[in-house]
Design a protein around this ligand. Sequence first.
Ligand SMILES: [Zn+2]
Length: 438
Amino acid sequence: MKLRKLMWLALIVCFVFPTNTKVSAKFADVPPIHSSYEDVKYMFEKGILDFGDTDIVTRAEVIGYIARSVGLDGTPKNTRFKDVSIKNKYSGYIHSAFEAGIVNGFSDDTFRPNEEVTRGHAAVFIARAFDLPHGQHVVIKDVSEGDLEYTAVQQLYALDITKGYGDGTFRPNNSLTRAHLITFLARTLQYLEKIADPLLTVETLRPITAFDESQYNGQARITFSYDDGFISNYLNSVPLHVKYDIPATFNIIAGNVYSGNERYMDSKQVWVTHNLGFEIASHTLSHRSLTELSDEEIHEEFIESKFILEDLVGKISTLTVPNSLYDERVRNIATEYFDGVRVFSRQLITEENYDPYWMTSYVTLNTTSFSNIKDWIDRAVADKAWLIIMLHGVTDTAEGEYEITPYLLDQVLQYVDQLGKEKLLPVSTSDGITLMNR
Ligand SMILES: [Zn+2]
């Protein structure tokens, strides 16, 4: 994945040809009103296009487009396929795409360069070429588990590379049109550009805007509360929160900070996160289930975690409980050390039900969709309530049950940003408590 990302990045950078040719003049069959126009323009500007004049594309052409998009060598050469010789202008791309595992050809050693391509096969080629991550599951009427193209089509939907047809179908057996191919490729490159952006700038981020109490006038609030201190939060969540200037709370398992375990942020990364303006909170010392510990052990979890984290970043004022296990006994001890405790329980926080030592939150899973999260947000806005979202790892593949993709997080933050602070004020957990106490 990383290598491929670098490859296309190099391509994006190198292929922005200086050109004054008007897209509309060159591609008279794609007037600006056409829904693919922006995508075609984008592709043209990236130097990936050479338009033929038929509407349906051949296998050779499709592989040509895809191979150029990922930056494969197109120098014509003899291939392993008996029907593609060096005289075929796509022979280099076909050879390179075969070597890269993007296309296999047929069992009779033919490639059938002039045959049409189904939409389903095109999805498979694209998913392979760009090594696309798995996203949240989508229901598609005419592509079901077990179909050859199932995984690839799911990936394309999850990343918004296709929206399918209005009737809920993808029509995998229809022939691929040139306009659709270009749309798929343009959206793929735009997706990759989007997710690569924060990774490139992670070391040069600027702090988020400091909390300003005067922005609160009784509107809804939202808190992004990340448990465990995963390295993927440092690499993926922090840059996205900076991008939208939206605060977050990172709840750190203090015992991991100096452990050398590469799955978690180390002391330097926790400090950088704090320095960018984010709240660092305690997720205990060792992540043991607090309800199963003795009073003495619970005290130790709190004291030690605060000692380690406060030494690093200053005052630690909130706690999130490991494994969502919490009771009155744990709560009583927590009141001695923290201003508030976030637990799990799908409920918005209102003036009526607010209890700083029992702050409820919604959890995201790898099956959670944007519309699920949008529902929570819309309800909070309508009720002028406080929504806390509990998140964990943010990874390209979202393989873990509690993980989500950077793409989904970007969508959510963008939505919060669009709503505006007057309707929905993003706050850290401790700032949310401050507002409740006013
Ligand atoms: Zn945890």
